[in-house]
Every structure is written in structure tokens, then in C-alpha cells.
Ligand binder design. Sequence first.
Ligand code: SAH
Ligand code: SF4
Length: 439
Amino acid sequence: MNVYDTERMVDVMAPQGYEETDTPENADLVVLNTCHIREKAAEKVYSDIGRIRKIKDKKNGAGEEMVLAVGGCVAQAEGAEIMKRAPIVDMVFGPQTYHNLPKMVTNSLALKSRGEKSRILDTDLAVDEKFEQLSKNKVKGKATAFLTIQEGCDKFCTFCVVPYTRGSEFSRSIDDVMSDARKLAEAGVVEVTLLGQNVNAFHGVSATGEEWGLPQLIREIAKINGFERIRYTTSHPHDMTEDLIKVHGDTPECMPYLHLPVQAGSDKVLKAMNRTHDSASYKNIISDLRKIRPDIALSGDFIVGFPGETDEDFEQTMELVRDVKYAQAFSFKYSPRPGTPAAIMDNQVDEFVSSERLTRLQALLKQQQIDFNNSVVGKTLPVLIEGLGKTQGTVFGRSPYMQAVQIFVREINATDLQGKIVDVIIKEAGPFNIQGVLA
Ligand code: SAH
Ligand code: SF4
């Protein structure tokens, strides 16, 4: 979602003549779009501010102006502290106010030109106004695009900051989503990924007065001419309804890939996390999905070392992973986040123990990813070409299962293939990508 938000920030600044640049040295405006989900991500902002500070000082010394903004969830959670700790920062804004960026930049420059200090803080959490503003932006034609349909969360998992930084659960109106989707298709987008912190909690009322959830929305978006692939992320097991599972069988545009975080395999830990699902209900969802779409690739998120997690609890996570067999996964050491209930639980797990568990879990997940990638060697897969590959004579694309695919094309003009879905014979597989040639 931060990638999506960053793209929208570029969009809102475009009418003012701003465009993206590769290096901060060239920038009149630097925005650090931050993540607060784990401590490591949140701490990064201060080292980044330090790095930008040097460039900003140098520019100021040469009589040039640079506006430094901190946006995103760290800004939302620690806005006042950032202002205090880093006087070099001109403005701080949260994930729900970045549509005001042009106004904030104008104000900042006006203050500076009067020789005053620019100190702007905008961390309101109301969401509607943001989307209304963003819908006015022009869309760029690319092969793939994100489309936010839902934001925030009311689930309050005891480890998580999202409900506090992104605000409460909010679904955009169906009219707005459909209109944005049509604009993307008209601009040549072939694959759309519907985004939300709890994307499958999406709900709304259609123009004809019907209640729609995510399944209906996917089916209607699939009818829009131009979209050949639809994905959605991130889903919560609690909202994985029977109908949403069915969509994977009745809507060919809905790709055979699902990111469905489970977090842990122990029911005791899941309860302490306030996850509202247990390992059995999670595994039932997976088996229902596989009945409908046997080839579906699964991805998940895991937290190890949650307060109170014993060796036995952790073994249950390993067991669940062996059972499910993931195509891809993200796993993290539990990170205590200020203001969340788990951070003050008195049974915190030793760092060393968590590290060991993480190493073991990651080795297993990596092996499963290799196994999954190997399972497609020799097959012909439809691959959506996103652009040039890193190595000369190659293009880069994605398989239906979200695998990164490197295709050797040699004499073919690679840009001709961009945005097209081509058949690729898969020749080799590694842990992070698969390689092949055009069929
Ligand atoms: N809404 C999604 C996840 C959003 S946060 C869901 O409920 O599944 C993305 C991932 O970050 C989570 O799935 C979790 O694995 C991880 N995460 C969140 N808070 C964390 C914390 N305090 N420590 C470690 N990992 C965390
Ligand atoms: Fe965080 Fe996801 Fe739980 Fe919401 S459902 S609190 S976003 S982990």
C-alpha cells in the first residue's frame, strides 16, 4: 500500500510541475513515506532523515531550497516526536492526508520565503476526502496497477499498529471503485491488484442498491474490457467467505494466487493475538480453495516469538507450514509496538530464541518456495510482461502464481512485449524467480 500511496503522491504533485527524480541531490522536495509495522522499519526514518539532512544543508548553503517531508504511518504515530527530534523536517503528514501535499508544499515554501520556519503537521484520520481528491488525478498506462478499495482495520490483533495508524476500517464506494477501475483499463492496464489492509472485508452498496462484498466486486471488475488479471491483497482468514473462495473457480480473471496470513500455528498463540481464527479453520479455508482451484499458489505472513510462544507452540507453526505448503511467504520476529496490548504482556520471548525460530521457519519456507518454483519447470505458463529484465536480452514478467519470470528473448524488441500476456516455456527455477523462453 505504501507503493500505491507513493505513486499517488507523485500524481498529486504533477500539476505543480513536480516529477520523480532518482536522487535526492536533484530534488526540490523529498518525501520519506514511512512504515510503522515493525520497529526496524520505523527506526529507518531517523537514519534516512540524517542522510537527507546532509544533502539539504549543502543545497541550502548553495542558496537552493529543499522541502523535506515525512509521510506514512511513522508520521501518523510519532508526528510530534519527529518534529521535536528532527528540526530539519519541514512537514509531517499521515497516510490519510497526503492529498493535501501540494497545499502543504506551497505553505512551506511561503513560510521559508518570509524567513520563517516551516513546521507543518497534518495527521487527520478521515479517509473520504483523500479518495475524492485522488480520483481526480490522471492515470498512467502501465501493464499492472494497484487500486485501493479498502483501508484501515477494526480487528485489533494485539501485536499490530495498523488500526491506530491507518484508522478504522473503511470501504470506498462501489461507484468510485468501478469508475477508477474503468479509468485504469482505458489507460491500458492489464492486471489490477485490489488493495486493502483487510481487503476481503470490503463491502458497499451498488448503484442498483445491492449489497456487494469483494466477490461481487471482483466479478464486476472482471467484466470491464481490458482487464485480464485481477488480484487482491491482503486478506484476513475471518473474511474469507464461501463466495470469495468460489470466485477463484468462476472468474478466470481472478488469479490462482492468494496471500492469506495465518501468523502462527498454535491456537493458544492465535487466541492471544486476537486473530479470530484457529489453525483448523485456516486449514479448512485452504482445503476449500484447493478443491475449487487445485493449482492455487498460497502465500502467508508469520510472526515468531509472540509473547508466551513456547517451543511447542512454535512447532505447531512449523507443522502448519508443512501441511499447507506455501509458494511464497513473509516471516518476521515479533516486534513490540508502542500502544499495542502485546507490547505490555509480561511473557515476552527471549530475542535469541526468536532468532533461532525465525531461522528455522525461514529455511522451511524457502525450501517450499524452491519446491513450488521447481514444480512449474517444463510447463508452459502465460506470463504478463511488465518490462525489461535486469540482464540484456531478457524481459521480466509474472506468472499467474505471482512468480517473477525472466524470459530470454534475444533479438525481439522487448518493448513490443510490454503489457502483453505471452506463453513461456519454463526451463529453470531458483528460489526467487523462474526462467524460460517464449513458446
Ligand atoms: N491485515 C493483514 C496484515 C497486515 S500487517 C492481516 O491481518 O493478515 C502485515 C504483516 O506484518 C502481518 O501479517 C504480520 O505478519 C506483520 N506484523 C504486523 N505487526 C507486527 C509486529 N508487531 N511484529 C512482527 N510482525 C508484525
Ligand atoms: Fe493488523 Fe491485519 Fe490484525 Fe488488522 S487484521 S490488526 S491489519 S494484522
